[in-house]
Design a protein around this ligand. Structure first.
Ligand code: ZN
Length: 142
């Protein structure tokens, strides 16, 4: 990578914000910030419960004319949940500090590189001098 690092580069976060549920925890391979992702790889049991409830509702509403065919609504509802989960997940993956996107890195390294370059090009506009003070993480959570 052709990224010039600032002198005395410090990760912006020593530890991730206190997420309630952490599905994945790792260090950003590019800037070494500790990262946490809250969206899981799979739908949670709660999600499945919601899908079943929704299917039940659709089946009940369409029962007078569709009968138990309404149960087929399970599949589109399930797909809907899956795609929302995927969208949330891919939104969480890119590092907020250097733009490194691990999911793109797996699929296409060139795209991942371009993403990081774009991220830094955008940063050029509003770079502020790094303060020597420890960022107040507790306040940021609020
Ligand atoms: Zn990073």
């Amino acid at each position: 990578m052709e990224i010039k690092r600032m002198k005395n580069w410090q990760p912006l976060e020593k530890r991730p914000f206190r997420y309630k549920k952490v599905a994945m925890q790792f260090f950003c391979p590019l800037c070494r910030t500790e990262r946490a992702i809250t969206t899981g790889h799979r739908l949670s049991i709660l999600n499945y419960a919601q899908i079943i409830l929704l299917t039940g509702l659709v089946t009940a509403l369409s029962f007078p004319w569709a009968g138990f065919k309404g149960l087929a609504a399970f599949f589109p509802i399930w797909l809907g949940f899956e795609s929302v989960r995927r969208m949330l997940f891919s939104k969480e993956v890119p590092c907020p500090h250097c733009g490194f996107d691990a999911s793109w890195y797996k699929r296409d390294v060139k795209v991942a590189r371009k993403r990081v370059e774009e991220f830094w090009a955008e940063q050029q506009g509003h770079i502020e001098p790094i303060s020597t003070q420890e960022p107040n993480l507790e306040a940021a959570v609020e």
